[in-house]
Design a protein around this ligand. Structure first.
Ligand code: SF4
Length: 440
């Protein structure tokens, strides 16, 4: 069978800037073959690796690289560089290390490439254009997608399991992308339009969801959504109290910061997580203290400090009610970041189907849409915590790097309860309200 074509995101740059975050906080799971390869590299204490623990440990039916006392990978050196890379070259590293921050997913007869915005270089769009890295990414995709690859089925449109074909998915994606990217209205208005026409589409009979009928329907639905949300002067939608509670639970799951060190925390750590979950659900008092991921600390603390206005630098967590106030989230710089984020996730199919907890197309898109208010909420929290009255672009970038770490990867978001929450919010027509309210 011919190798599938590889679809790369446009509008995105990336090169590694050695923040070391991924080598300090991710668990690197490896295959038996990779273990054998690393064993053959014959690492000794003289090479600088730790000698008080095994370098590789069992992980279910596979293995994982062990961590040093401070949580960093056993192969990370004092300068924040990989010893395997330094001694044997990049190709000698485990596949998981070489793939990050890329995410490769089969889709029909193609393979799509997305990126994880948990990497600060991705979120800041730093480095070489991804489109110019085709050769390397094709080689990586060949390693990730097995040679006996069979094209997976397209995700269903909704939870009613209305089937979609891959060409219909492509058509829908192109229409969503166009709707989010074009026009004078702010990003949130464009997002509300897309959410509203997708909702209308959900109510149409299954046979309108494919081929020519779908192609004819989409422009009419888009027109109707523009009439519903003509411009940025459309009245703000206020979410209900129950919707805000469910939203905070979603944010709490995105802010979970599970690392090797927290895994070692045992019962105390589990109790802390439980207590944080209760506080986010109640939404009273102060937001619980949460440490920023290392990559966010390394990449953003300076940028944010530089952008501070008359800062009090209080570093006190804000109250939940403070974060219900207006803060000016509709900003062209933030919008540009969100357009890029959404386009990368859409082009890489990094929001539905096998790449996203087997969620349907529309529920996956609704989850992605909620990343917009969630990111702005966290950005607002960061700025207020640091004693600033305005939110700057580095706050939004740092917030997106923090929450995208879990999006599509945290098992907490894969539970039946989490999936049901997305459907309930949609049923109560609260996803649009949440996007509108937390953008103001
Ligand atoms: S093996 Fe190297 S690249 Fe992979 S996590 Fe460890 S230090 Fe980082």
């Amino acid at each position: 069978m011919a190798r599938p074509g590889v679809i790369l995101p446009i509008l995105q740059n990336w090169s590694c800037h050695n923040c070391g975050g991924c080598c300090r906080e991710h668990q690197i799971v490896i295959t038996a073959e990779e273990k054998k390869r690393i064993d053959k590299q014959k690492w000794k204490t003289a090479d600088g690796v730790v000698d008080d623990r095994p370098l590789i440990v069992a992980h279910g039916d596979r293995f994982r690289l062990n961590h040093q006392a401070d949580g960093a990978c056993v192969f990370l050196d004092e300068k924040g560089l990989c010893r395997i890379h330094a001694k044997f070259g990049e190709a000698a590293k485990p596949l998981a290390c070489r793939a990050y921050p890329y995410a490769v997913h089969p889709s029909g007869n193609s393979v799509t490439v997305s990126l994880r915005f948990s990497c600060p270089s991705v979120v800041q769009n730093l480095g070489e254009p991804v489109a110019q890295q085709r050769k390397n990414l094709e080689a990586l995709a060949q390693e990730i997608v097995p040679s006996n690859y069979t094209a997976p089925k397209a995700p269903p449109f909704g939870s009613g399991q209305q089937p979609l074909t891959w060409p219909d998915v492509t058509l829908l994606l192109a229409f969503i992308e166009r709707g989010l990217s074009a026009g004078k209205a702010s990003f949130v208005t464009r997002l509300l339009r897309v959410l509203s026409w997708l909702e209308l589409l959900e109510q149409t009979p299954d046979d309108a969801l494919r081929g020519d009928p779908l192609g004819r329907l989409l422009p009419a639905l888009h027109e109707a959504s523009v009439r519903a949300f003509p411009d940025d002067t459309a009245p703000l939608l206020k979410p209900t109290s129950i919707a805000r509670t469910m939203f905070r639970q979603f944010v709490a799951q995105l802010l979970r910061h599970d690392t090797e060190l927290t895994a070692r925390g045992g019962l105390m750590e589990r109790l802390r997580l439980l207590s944080d979950g209760v506080r986010f659900t109640l939404g009273r008092g102060r937001v619980p203290e949460m440490a920023d991921p290392i990559s966010v600390r390394v990449a953003f603390s300076r940028g944010i400090a530089e952008s501070m206005d008359a800062s009090t630098g209080s570093n006190q967590m804000p109250t939940f009610s403070q974060l219900e106030g207006e803060f000016g989230g509709r900003n062209p710089e933030f919008d540009e970041l969100f357009v890029r984020y959404f386009r990368v996730k859409l082009q890489g199919l990094h929001f539905c189907g096998a790449a996203f907890y087997e969620m349907s197309f529309i529920d996956g898109f609704r989850s992605l849409a909620l990343m917009y208010p969630a990111t702005l909420w966290v950005a607002h929290m960061r700025a207020t915590r640091d004693g600033r009255s305005t939110v700057a672009l580095p706050d939004v970038q740092a917030a997106l790097a923090t929450v995208d770490h879990n999006f599509g990867y945290s098992p907490a978001l894969a539970t039946a309860g989490s999936k049901k929450r997305i459907r309930q919010l949609a049923k109560m027509q609260q996803i649009t309200a949440l996007c509108s309210w937390y953008s103001r």
